[in-house]
Design a protein around this ligand. Structure first.
Ligand SMILES: [Zn+2]
Length: 132
């Protein structure tokens, strides 16, 4: 009886194929690739995607930082949303948030920050003034 049950389980096991080339696998049950070549190719592709995504976010953050620095050479000034938007500022990306004791929230892109002051107005700052 036990033998029969085992046979059924073996038959039900899904056919395994190489994650890279989709060739049928014949090795151990935890085998994922048919060869080192396929394993390397597969992993390199994964890393490329991850690197591309990191590069994309970094470039948005650096651009945001450049925009704040450009609009705020003196270290403190107020600008309109349009000033930021015109230069391609992306409000979805920042490196950190600093909240003051009074509960004011500054958003930073590295060392350049901003805080909403009034409707459509932003105060731009340099980090050293607020965060040690
Ligand atoms: Zn393969």
């Amino acid at each position: 009886m036990l033998i029969l049950v085992n046979l059924v389980l073996v038959k039900k096991e899904k056919e395994r194929t190489c994650l890279e080339c989709h060739e049928k696998l014949h090795g151990r049950r935890d085998q994922k690739f048919c060869s080192d070549y396929c394993r390397n190719t597969y992993n390199n592709k994964l890393n490329e995607d991850a690197n591309a995504s990191v590069r994309r976010v970094n470039s948005i953050l650096r651009k945001n930082r450049r925009i704040i620095a450009k609009l705020n050479p003196s270290g403190k000034c107020t600008v309109h949303t349009i000033d930021l938007a015109e230069l391609g500022f992306n409000f979805h990306y920042f490196t950190n948030i600093y909240t003051t004791k009074k509960g004011l929230k500054y958003f930073f892109c590295y060392d350049m920050g901003y805080r909403a002051v009034e409707d459509q107005e932003y105060l731009l700052v340099h980090k050293q003034d607020y965060v040690k």
